[in-house]
Design a binder for this molecule. Structure first.
Ligand code: AGP
Length: 594
């Protein structure tokens, strides 16, 4: 995904840069701005992070409008040529775009047939040429914008400048875009975090909305003509205050207990607790949990919790696979979509399929103004607060907590007497972050590995998958996860005296078997790091290379206590290797393309 910002007011280049720095979590392989002075548009672009762009920007006399973009490349390699903004052949129009134009090659061929040349490999450049083409035909900007967005298929959030217009055109479909006004000044952004300190309220654009903003005025259109959008209050908290922390990732890990408290408070409120009261779920026979990456790992654990509490069959799916598997969907199915951002394209595509099939759709989401939160039949916020680091940490723990509460609320609806909050309250009372020095020590040992081996059974295996993902995405170590019982069926061949085997063993039903699997690895020279909540005899304890002790919870939210040490260890491995855990290479915080 990419970050878009637009500004109408004094010193636009300064405001645009600040906005892009706030959006850098959305993609950071190149960046650019277009600034309009009296009668021309100046372009500045750079490969890499925003700080490279900052070096090339020159002050522009009489500049009072601009658009900016930070890119996570989809079409065309990350370089200056492909960096946004992109311009029309006559340099009249400049465009920044987040999303994918699925029919851009067909449009590009048509435009080339009309004599238009192209300088980049991007799909976005087609938008700039289309604006030029339609404006040349009927000489009206809004009509040109309307015809352009009608011609393109796919997802877009667009910010558009025209060199002789004192305003910004915008359009939104499937990629997030918001706009705010402060007196005469206007700001357009992909995420409302850009409005912090600028405005107290903002306009959430929905799919199909386009318009024009000029000094102190915003006009919205939909396909029927001019329309109105009600502003909503901006409520961000202190998300961007790093306090004493060096990175957002470690700050957000240590925000976990606050998130748990927020969730308990929120779902103790009767209206929030009763979210399902208007639904008749008597006909539900199947529940499907769908997400990507960390959210998928939450789905694995959430499906297990749901089945345990309700007795209804529940299955987890990777969102990008969900549409292509032979999945039975209908009015007897409930689809629970889990997403921190609520904008992940694969998850939104799964949502559309579920919707079309008549299934109930439930969103377990962090970003409350997101597409998924707005469009699902029922929405359960995870109340984790803004999460900036690409590696999701507090949001994962919050997802598990709300999935547990959701399962409890559903169970209560079908007759259970158990308080849906009881597991979470016990987690909150038991929760601590463990021994930081232990985790720093382990990180220092593990940092030198190219590969890591993680094993577990059942929910321990799911937690191990999430621990592996944290280490992969923040330190680039190839950590892989195997079912403990599967080692002897082939994976043992990978183990030698250099191999660290991280073993998750917190489920007493399979504890002895998991410890035997760890022994199998140890017998082949593997150095076993055991993560457990059980007391070991001194002889057992000295049997392992290291023991990470977590508290025993006695319910399925044990997974939260198990993952936090590995979020912290992943963070320290990353900084020990001199990497930036907040902005891992090749990644972005929310992937709004499929
Ligand atoms: C997790 O650390 C990654 N950033 C990634 O796997 C992420 O969980 C995935 O892209 C899903 O994002 P979402 O929760 O915003 O939908």
């Amino acid at each position: 995904m990419c970050g878009i910002v637009g500004f109408i007011g004094k010193n636009p280049e300064h405001v645009l840069l600040n906005g892009l720095k706030r959006l850098e979590y959305r993609g950071y392989d190149s960046a650019g701005i277009a600034v309009k002075s009296t009668d021309k548009i100046e372009l500045f672009k750079a490969k890499g992070e925003i700080k490279n762009l900052e070096k090339v920007i020159l002050p522009i006399a009489n500049a009072d409008i601009g658009i900016g973009h930070t890119r996570w490349a989809t079409h065309g390699k990350p370089d200056e040529i492909n960096a946004h903004p992109h311009v029309s052949g006559d340099k009249t129009w400049a465009v920044v775009h987040n999303g994918i134009i699925e029919n851009y090659t067909e449009l590009k061929t048509k435009l080339m047939g009309f004599g238009y040349g192209f300088y980049s490999e991007t799909d976005t450049e087609t938008v700039a040429k289309l604006l030029e083409y339609y404006f040349a035909k009927d000489g009206d900007e809004i009509s040109a914008v309307s015809k352009t967005i009608s011609a393109i298929k796919g997802s877009y959030a667009l910010g558009i400048l025209k060199k002789d217009k004192d305003g910004i055109f915008f359009a939104k479909n499937k990629s997030p875009l918001f706009i705010a006004k402060a007196g005469e000044e206007i700001m357009l952004a992909s995420d409302i975090i850009c409005f912090k300190g600028f405005a107290e309220e903002y306009y959430p654009l929905t799919d199909g909305i386009f318009g024009y903003a000029s000094r102190g005025n915003i006009v919205f259109y939909d396909k029927l003509g001019e329309t109105k959008i009600a502003p909503v209050a901006l409520d961000l908290g202190e998300y961007d205050n790093l306090n004493t922390y060096k990175h957002f990732m470690i700050k957000e890990i240590f925000d976990t207990k606050t998130a748990l408290k927020n969730i308990i408070e929120y779902y103790s409120e009767k209206t929030n607790y009763d979210k399902l009261k208007d639904f008749d779920f008597s006909g539900i026979t199947r529940v499907k949990f769908v997400g990507c990456g960390t959210a998928y790992h939450a789905c694995l654990l959430g499906a297990d919790m749901f089945c345990e509490k309700t007795g209804i069959e529940a299955t987890a799916y990777v969102a990008s696979e969900f549409r292509y598997q032979k999945v039975k969907l209908g009015s007897d199915t409930m689809v629970v979509l889990v997403s921190q951002s609520g904008e992940t394209a694969d998850t939104l595509a799964a949502f559309e399929l579920a919707k079309e099939s008549g299934a109930y759709t439930i969103a377990i989401v962090n970003v409350e103004y997101s597409t998924l939160a707005k469009r699902a039949d029922a929405y359960f916020p995870i109340k984790a607060g803004v999460e900036i680091a690409v590696a999701s940490t507090k949001a994962f723990s919050a997802q598990l907590s709300v999935l547990n509460v959701f399962a409890g609320i559903f169970a209560k609806k079908i007759g259970s007497e158990t308080d849906p909050l009881s597991d979470l309250i016990k987690l909150y009372e038991t929760f601590d972050y463990g021994n930081l020095n232990d985790f720093k020590l382990l990180a220092d040992v593990l940092r030198y590995n190219d590969n890591l081996f993680m094993i577990g059974r059942g929910n321990d295996y799911y937690v191990a998958q999430e621990a592996s993902l944290k280490i992969k995405e923040t330190s680039y170590i190839n950590s892989n996860t195997y079912y403990a019982g599967e080692l002897k069926h082939g994976f043992l061949a990978l183990i030698d005296e250099q191999t660290y085997v991280i073993t998750f063993a917190t489920d007493k039903n399979v504890l002895s078997k998991t410890l035997c699997n760890a022994e199998e690895a140890k017998a082949r020279g593997g150095k076993v790091i055991l993560c457990t909540c059980f007391d070991l005899s001194p002889s057992d304890a000295e049997n392992f290379y290291y023991v990470v002790r977590v508290k025993e919870l006695g319910n399925s939210l044990q997974a939260v206590l198990n993952i936090v040490p590995w979020q912290i260890i992943a963070y320290y491995i990353s900084i020990n290797k001199g990497l930036n855990p907040d902005k891992p290479r090749n990644l972005a915080k929310s992937v709004t393309v499929e």
